[in-house]
Design a protein. Structure first.
Length: 329
């Protein structure tokens, strides 16, 4: 039986499973004999915007309250004749200045994610997210750090995901390098109901489901969700998730059979970064493998919590919170 944490890793990790291959027993001997992993490169820490901070309560003082003001005595005023008012014209109809919601309203951002499991550091990922009328481009690079016996080893990766103007995946690429030259390369280009998948120089075609669908890759994939949902009039949205890796002889399944990921705004949540208190947006992320809490400020992703204890996965923005953050109770 696959544990929930492992199922989450498969969902938010690599859709085609090369990470699982890299962590398999066939490469264990290579990983044990690999040299220690290099030290982390420092992350440029950004200032937390002032409007993210929770306002401090007003200070209490010992001063006595001011006495109430007394109303002046009533004075009778002489009535002055007033000319009849002129007929009023109908006021002009004012247009609503609030623009209509669009998940593809322009938004560019970048950041660095740190992720851990059960309190153990797993790695980092630096990403660039660009959203516009033509679609979404997410590019990232980073590493997974795994301790094997007494040695820390790393698998480094680069990734790019492109969605078109209907929020349907149009291309995906992933390159991963593990110690002693072991590497994996996977790319997919989707055109209509056909995907051309290239894995380690082997190419094949496979049918894919029609209609809009996201493609989840590394952890940075979750940075897209608040950027696409923030400001939604319903406070929630759901997206089918495109699955690759079927046998080319199989027929594409109907769109309503795809796995679905749903994100629902739950209101505000107070968090602490050191001794600073922030007010952020809390979302519930639902999928077939369980629920997760996503934290954002507007369209800016800040973190994700999945599971509890040793089975937990924690993701946070290391460029804003180098030591992570904790929830206010």
């Amino acid at each position: 039986m696959m544990t929930r944490r492992r199922r989450w890793v498969l969902l938010v990790g690599i859709p085609i499973g090369v990470l699982v291959l890299a962590l398999g027993g066939g490469t264990l001997a290579i990983w044990i004999t690999s040299p220690p992993a290099p030290e982390d490169e420092p992350v440029a820490v950004r200032d937390i915007p002032e409007d993210w901070l929770t306002p401090a309560p007003p200070e209490e003082t010992d001063e006595a309250p001011a006495p109430p003001e007394l109303a002046p005595p009533d004075v009778e005023e002489e009535e002055v004749p007033v000319d009849p008012p002129e007929p009023e014209e109908d006021p002009p109809v004012e247009e609503d200045p609030t623009p209509a919601f669009s998940p593809l309203s322009p938004f560019d951002t970048s950041g660095t994610l740190a992720f851990s499991s059960g309190g153990r550091d797993l790695g980092r990922e630096t990403y660039q997210l660009e959203i516009g009328p033509d679609g979404v481009t997410l590019s990232s690079e980073g590493y997974f750090s795994v301790r094997v016996v007494l040695v820390n080893v790393r698998a480094r990766f680069t990734q790019e995901t492109v969605l078109d103007s209907t929020l349907r995946a149009s291309s995906y690429s992933l390159d991963m390098n593990v110690p002693l030259g072991r590497s994996f390369s996977t790319s997919a280009h989707i055109d209509g109901q056909r995907a051309v998948i290239t894995a380690d120089d082997e190419q094949r075609e496979t049918p894919v489901d029609p209609g809009p669908a996201l493609m989840l890759g590394m952890f940075s994939s979750y940075t897209m969700l608040p950027a696409l949902v923030a400001g939604h009039p319903d406070g929630a949205a759901e997206y089918p998730v495109l699955m690759l890796g079927r046998n080319a002889s199989e027929e594409a399944e109907p769109a309503d059979s795809l796995p679905v990921i749903r994100i629902e705004h739950q209101g505000e949540q107070r968090i602490f970064a050191g001794d600073r208190e922030l007010t952020v947006d809390l979302y519930l992320v639902r999928s077939d493998v369980g629920d997760a809490m996503l934290f954002a400020r507007g369209r800016e992703f800040l973190g994700l919590h999945m599971g509890e204890g040793d089975e937990s996965i924690r993701i946070h923005r290391a460029d804003y919170f180098p030591d992570g953050f904790r929830l206010a109770r």
